[in-house]
Design a protein around this ligand. Sequence first.
Ligand code: ADP
Length: 330
Amino acid sequence: MEQKIKTIGLLTSGGDAPGMNAAIRAVTRMAAHNDWYVIGIESGYQGLLDKKFIPLNSYNVRGIIQRGGTILLSARCPSFKTQEGLNLAVKNLKEANIDALVVIGGDGTFRGANDLAQLCDIPIVGIPATIDNDIYGTDYTIGYDTCLNTVVEAVDKIRDTASSHNRLFFVEVMGHEAGFVAINSGLACGAEIILVPEQKNQMDKVRSFLAERAKSNKSNLIFVAEGVEGGAMAIADKLKDEFPQVSIRVTVLGHIQRGGSPTSKDRIAASEFGVAAVHALMEGKSGVMVGYENGKIHYEPLKNAVKMHRQVDPDFIKTAESIGTFTPLD
Ligand code: ADP
């Protein structure tokens, strides 16, 4: 798509992820180097409908690379899923003279971007940012490394109390449809069993582990992705009556997994993705998501990114569990 870009719009949408600010900074500075104006759109697609526009430049994105959350704010916007919502977005983009749009977010955000791309002729580029790391077409999403480190830090503390009391802890981490957070943080924390949405019918395995454990009475960690069997609380409630001799506790880590200052890995990925997003626009690309493939920048069509989900490799699940203390290997 050959067209002269003068002004780009930039928004963050959906669930926030540490490193979004680093991406905002990189897009803004790279665009400014290219003599483009940048209009920040606050609160994601909702702000596009409500015309919440603020100018961004190299100076007002100073001092944000180390901050979690997003200075542009994020929101969920149900009306963007309607035809009226999309039409209003197209009208507002035109009125603001926005010639290209960069969206930072997860798969919902890209679904919205993909729908918008069908209706308007401005190029749209996506930057993947979600702590779940489950977007198809990229090996990495901004925020994932920070999230893993947050979980590991928290669970190391839980481990201390678990071992002091010989308790079994069920730790629930984020992940409705994919178990990347659970499997990798579980591995890093030395969990005995890791329950991920990719593997079904795992309760027999947990039961036989508990039966074995009841004899030895050692401290243990079982990681549960929130999308499994109604979550850690529901699983523990079921098992407490069956195994009264096991001292079971549950920790749901919740929203602390989203926050915090981004790790160096997330700052670097966000910066590379931001630069690559502007490069994509300079090269006339549209309807693509920036990502990594084997460590290199890669552009995936948005329509593919929203069609499929990335899931954890079954072999990696075995690897992670194979070094747990009593893991029954199947
Ligand atoms: P994430 O981007 O983190 O996956 P959401 O799933 O909440 O977060 O999506 C963010 C926003 O993207 C939604 O609030 C909505 O405005 C928009 N969106 C999500 N799905 C669609 C869809 N199918 N069509 C149009 N817009 C969508």
